[in-house]
Write a protein that binds this ligand. Structure first.
Ligand SMILES: [Zn+2]
Length: 418
């Protein structure tokens, strides 16, 4: 994975329409990082600027240690035979950390400015809500563990991207509500930043898995796509014009709380009829407790109960099967609504639970198509990405890299303390 990241690059291949407003040095750097290795002449062509400007900018970027020259085979061989000089992001500098905190385990990755993953770690945790102090303890411990394994000084880290489930204001670092925190309205990012002594950027975990798709996955070549995450809750991230859409207060795209039923099932947000209340873990478990005649039903963990429900459905238990089928129908309703509202090229269904194939069976997609408005367009492609938790942490690292790049090379560079 590491070598691959160096060569194929990371970050969106295509820049958003407002990227022309960024300083040319940032555009050049981000273009090189996206392509992995690229000759100067190609950079000039792609960014539609003169080769002389690119030469000046790349000299500056090489001198300041952001880029380096490498020998590379000629792209579109012109027959001259000698290897071309290509540019790449200098590896092993400006490290950042990405982490995801969750109900079951915490995960972390260490990456450098090129986006290369250097080390990873995962720590199981006891269930229950955490205080801000406990979040500080766990992030600090994970940070030290991953840095220690990689031989990187934790004090040299340039930023931490952190994903938490819930309602997060990414601009201010305020967590309005999270199922893993014991208090509402927590100043998580400023508090952690002070404790850890580095910039901390937080976002809701669905946005981070979407950033991971935009930086490292299927979304790199897409201008408009959705990622729907189905875990303990239901989340969504949306990339609009090559950029993550967050809404005015960073709280948009709460697909899990989109109403799919008036006066419907009770959701953990306190309202009724939310999608989550029909599709998420706890909704399936609620139904499983009623329908399945299992011993020690009350004492089983959510995970074990879901596994039992799934195996019962597979074995032909009609009650178990109908629970998944109903959840799948609600999911198809939600996906049709997303398509009708946003017209994405691609919808990625992401999360550990993707193995419960009853939810994502062909029937779900057929049903989704019946609820899409008739416009003559093709239905968006729906892909299932059953990636582990590490992808969320990689998205968190991408958030830290995005911000660090902006600070070091963006319009605000002169203001940032180096
Ligand atoms: Zn709700």
């Amino acid at each position: 994975m590491n070598d691959e990241a160096e060569i194929i690059g990371c970050g969106p291949f295509l820049q958003s329409p407002d990227s022309a407003l960024r300083p040319l040095r940032q555009q050049v750097f981000e273009h090189v990082r996206a392509l992995g290795r690229v000759p100067r002449v190609q950079v000039a062509k792609d960014l539609r600027v003169s080769p002389a400007s690119v030469t000046t900018i790349t000299s500056e970027l090489i001198e300041t240690g952001f880029l380096e020259e490498v020998q590379a085979p000629r792209v579109g061989d012109s027959g001259r035979g000698r290897p071309a000089v290509a540019l790449q992001v200098r590896p092993g500098v400006h490290h950042v950390m990405g982490m995801k905190l969750s109900d079951i385990h915490h995960t972390a990755v260490l990456a450098d400015l090129s986006g290369r993953v250097i080390a990873t770690a995962s720590k199981p945790r006891e269930p229950g809500q955490l205080s801000v102090e406990a979040v500080g303890d766990v992030t600090e411990a994970l940070m030290r563990e991953v840095c220690g394994a990689a031989g990187v000084d934790a004090a040299s880290l340039r930023g931490l991207g952190l994903g938490v489930p819930g309602f997060v204001d990414a601009d201010t670092g305020l967590v309005r509500w999270s199922p893993i925190l014991d208090l509402r309205d927590t100043d998580l990012s400023p508090t952690l930043s002070q404790r850890l002594g580095l910039p901390v950027h937080i976002d809701n975990d669905a946005n981070l898995v979407t950033l991971a798709e935009l930086w490292f996955g299927a979304g790199r070549t897409m201008s408009n796509f959705a990622v729907v995450t189905i875990e303990h809750g239901v989340g969504m991230g949306f990339v609009m014009n090559h950029r993550l859409y967050r809404g005015a207060h960073g709280m948009g795209m709460e697909l899990g709380h989109m109403k799919v039923h008036l006066d419907g099932a009770l959701c953990r947000c306190g309202q009724r009829g939310c999608l989550e209340a029909y599709v998420a873990d706890y909704a399936l478990v609620r139904e499983a407790r009623t329908a399945l005649n299992l011993p020690d039903l009350e004492t089983r963990s959510v995970r074990v109960l879901l596994e039992s429900l799934f195996s019962q459905a597979k074995a032909g238990n009609p009650a178990a099967h109908s629970i998944f089928r109903r959840a799948g129908r609600y999911l198809s309703l939600a996906l049709a609504n997303v398509t009708n509202l946003f017209d994405p090229q691609l919808i990625i269904l992401s999360g550990e639970r993707m193995r419960y194939d009853y939810l994502y069976a062909e029937g779900t997609l057929t049903e989704m198509k019946t609820m899409m408005i008739e416009t003559g367009r093709a239905a968006p492609k729906v892909e299932i990405h059953a990636w582990g938790d590490m992808v969320w942490a990689r998205g968190a690292a991408a958030l830290a890299l995005e911000t660090l790049t902006e600070q070091m090379l963006g319009a605000g560079r002169e203001m940032a303390a180096q």
